[in-house]
Design a binder for this molecule. Structure first.
Ligand code: ADP
Ligand code: G6P
Length: 732
């Protein structure tokens, strides 16, 4: 039976050694807690790190760990202490985590840590590849494993791979500062579907893909080599019923009352008016903990009537304490809590109850159910599940959630009191509003929040992800239906060999050579000359290069060659070294159109005009892709009226708009060429929109091949110029 392999840095269980015994605890953090229920239900395997290093394990302990892990459908990836230092505490949490959360000042770029990151991603790949069987699906999670999708795809191209990022994807302006940005993006693009919590993260990612990799993005689909990679947002939910039911159980008079609950009850019973404000996070600088404490101090000063009436219960879960920034944060938090408690405490009241520990699930429920307000105010957070868990436990639909706008969860929790965590005023007024909110309003808000969380729970989230992943696979089938495989290639070669009279008609840019920023740099290389010469030496074979390039350029490149050339999209033809015009063209229109193009060049950095004998081309390959998209639309509109009056046409090439007389195109030239002789083998290859005219003009017997995997009239598709050359080599 096919299985789903979940891969994340941390397994849902963490193992440590205490007095020579293995001690197993559940992992904290949104990824592990959220995915746990997805994993529990499915037929799957979870691959990840156990929390223990290779050095801590002798052979017997390792066996024991493997068995414990296997019991819960997991498989361990062995990491050494050095891996933990360099990959986990290093690159993952000193580079990627701060950078992706916009903490540039905390971000370190260390070559040795990058090397470790690559090495450890490879270790994960090896374990995954070891367990993959045909038909399995791999679902990779989070920023520690950004290179893993491509590492797996390289070895197992047929395997379906999903990737989900649990943290924000930063804006291009931040991401571009990262020294290994291309590698990270291409690593992620190994997946068939890439998921984010919010649309903002999705569009930031797409923007980086467009600008850094210069790939074509069509809405949320990226054409990447011979695949379509789909990008979408799926806001992660929680196991709603688990939290809701636990809260109902908590309220059951037969349930035993925990020590923590007794303490809370004592506080609440002191005076009917007392309120608890809850804050729960991993102790992480992204969570805005010091700011929250200061804002609470500000609130108490601004509204002294709440002194002795409210208490902030702050649970900070120890996290990544091997990273210096986290140690500093711990110190800062301890000092702040101490100072404020010192400043405000009375005989019967301390304003902040501070716990620095991980609590069992039951105690989390005690806190969630007992708190009148949840104050969740990260400065930047991918999603934030704590906010959702609080809502799920409010079985009486009372309580108020104050939530930072900077948490991904804020996008779907509009009924919370949303605040900017950098504004103490926002804090103070939201706290005041929450403390005085009528019960009816609390109910109304909670009801809507709960309805959504219950419907779009973690199971639904995973289902939606898998459904989209499946649909993406179907998309690949359409894309690759015309793809040239080995047997088709052999058939073409066979037909070529058998034929008595052959025509090979080849476009140049994007077909025989790849694109360069400047068209003048895309000159033919020695290998290409050699290959084309070989065609010339074949009997009964006519080779013709057909291009939008101008006559002068081709004459310069192929002056001493004897094969045929068609230039300027079909204006000129060179046969047996003789140039003749295929069309008689006017050029007066150029004086009117050129100034218009010039204004577009002035306003669109990275673009330029190429002046040919019979056409004008506006190139925008190196312009900002989004600006270029707007400008091409504008230019098309401006040109529409002029074009009709001057019998011109506007061609949309590959990152170029070309204006030329409407009675020329490569299709007309192809027809003229075909009329001259009868062929029993015709091969036509081209990559862009202008080449579609050739495919249309080709007779049925022709083998027409499009370079690239986009919609085409050609019969077949091939990946890139490299593959074109391989096919041509095989022919000769
Ligand atoms: P992050 O993923 O950044 O840690 P989230 O809010 O998304 O933040 O997820 C935190 C998860 O950790 C929640 O599922 C929460 O229940 C759990 N958690 C938080 N505090 C504790 C704690 N003290 N003990 C155990 N689990 C905790
Ligand atoms: C966040 C990350 C997870 C990570 C968790 C706990 O939720 O998105 O990938 O596992 O924090 O952090 P840790 O470093 O302890 O794994």
């Amino acid at each position: 039976m096919n299985k789903t392999i979940i891969v994340s840095n941390r397994l849902p269980l963490q193992i440590s050694i205490e007095q020579d015994q293995l001690n197993v605890t559940p992992s904290v953090g949104g990824l592990a807690t959220g995915m746990k229920s997805v994993h529990a239900d499915g037929n799957g395997l979870w691959v990840g790190w156990t929390g223990i290093t290779d050095e801590e394990l002798d052979a017997d302990l390792k066996k024991e760990v493997d068995a414990k892990v296997k019991d819960v459908k997991c498989k361990a990836v062995g990491l050494t202490q050095d891996d933990i230092d360099q990959f986990y505490l290093g690159f993952s949490n000193r580079t990627l985590w701060p950078l992706f959360h916009y903490f540039l000042e905390y971000t370190e770029f260390e070559d040795s840590q990058w090397e470790a990151y690559k090495r450890v991603n490879q270790k994960f790949a090896e374990v995954v590849l070891d367990t993959i069987e045909d038909g399995d699906t791999v679902w990779i999670h989070d920023y520690q494993l950004l290179l893993l999708p491509q590492l797996i795809k390289d070895v197992k191209p047929e395997v379906t791979i999903g990737f989900f990022l649990h943290i924000p994807f930063p804006s291009y302006e931040i991401f571009r500062t990262f020294p290994w940005r291309e590698e990270l993006l291409t690593g992620m693009l190994g997946a068939d579907l890439i998921g984010f919590h919010t649309y903002d993260y999705e569009r930031h990612f797409l923007s980086s893909v467009k600008r850094i990799l210069r790939l074509d993005v069509n809405f949320n689909e990226i054409t990447y080599h011979d695949r379509i990679v789909k990008v979408d947002s799926f806001p992660m939910g929680i196991d709603y019923n688990k939290f809701h039911d636990a809260a109902l159980e908590h309220d059951n008079p037969n349930t035993e009352i925990s020590e923590l609950q007794k303490r809370i009850d004592t506080h609440l019973n002191e005076d009917g008016d007392k309120k608890l404000i809850l804050s729960i996070d991993r102790l992480d600088y992204t969570k805005g903990i010091p700011n929250r404490i200061r804002a609470f101090e500000y609130f108490l000063n601004k509204h002294p009537e709440y002194k002795e009436k409210v208490r902030l219960v702050m649970l900070a879960v120890p996290s990544r304490s091997g990273v210096p920034q986290y140690q500093l944060l711990k110190k800062e938090t301890d000092e702040l809590v101490g100072r404020i408690n010192g400043e405000f405490s009375t005989v019967s009241w301390t304003p902040i109850w501070y716990f620095y520990r991980s609590l069992p699930f039951e105690n989390l429920i005690d806190l969630y159910t007992s708190s009148d307000i949840a104050l969740i105010t990260p400065v930047r957070d991918g999603m934030n599940l704590v906010a959702k868990e609080y809502v799920a436990t409010r079985t009486k639909q009372d309580g108020v959630l104050i939530l930072s706008e900077m948490a991904g969860a804020a996008k779907e929790m509009n009924e919370a009191l949303l605040i900017n965590p950098n504004s103490f005023e926002d804090f103070a007024s939201a706290l005041k509003k929450a403390l005085t909110m009528p019960l009816e309003e609390q109910n109304n808000r909670m009801k809507i929040l709960q309805k959504r969380l219950k419907r779009y729970d973690v199971e639904k989230w995973a289902d939606e992800f898998f459904k989209t992943l499946e649909a993406t696979n179907k998309l690949q089938d359409v894309v690759v239906s015309k793809k040239i495989n080995e047997s088709l290639q052999n058939d073409i070669v066979e037909a070529y060999k058998k034929a008595k009279k052959r025509l090979v008609l080849l476009d140049y840019d994007g077909t025989l050579v790849g694109f360069k920023d400047n068209p003048q740099d895309a000159k033919p290389d020695e290998e290409l000359y050699g290959l084309l010469d070989q065609f010339e030496n074949q009997n009964n074979t006519k080779l013709c290069l057909i291009s939008g390039r101008d006559k002068a350029t081709f004459e310069n490149w192929y002056g001493n060659k004897s094969y045929d050339l068609i230039t300027d999209h079909g204006v000129w033809m060179r046969e047996r070294s003789q140039w003749t015009p295929l069309e008689i063209l006017k050029t007066e229109w150029m004086t009117n159109i050129k100034p218009i193009l010039e204004t577009f060049v002035d306003r669109t950095p990275g673009t330029f005009i190429e002046e040919k004998e019979y056409s004008l081309a506006w190139h925008y390959r190196t312009a900002d892709p989004e600006l270029a998209q707007i400008r091409t639309m504008e230019l098309n509109t401006v040109l529409t009226s002029m074009v009709a009056n001057n019998e011109l046409s506007v061609l949309q090439g590959n990152k170029v708009i070309e204006i030329k007389s409407s009675n020329v195109n490569k299709g007309r030239a192809t027809t003229q060429l075909l009329m001259k002789e009868d062929y029993d083998f015709i091969l036509i290859m081209g990559d862009d929109w202008t080449d579609e005219y050739m495919f249309e003009a080709a007779p049925d017997l022709a083998t027409t091949i499009k370079i690239g995997y986009v919609k085409t009239k050609a019969k077949y598709q091939i990946k890139d110029p490299e593959k074109v050359r391989a096919l041509l080599k095989q022919l000769v």
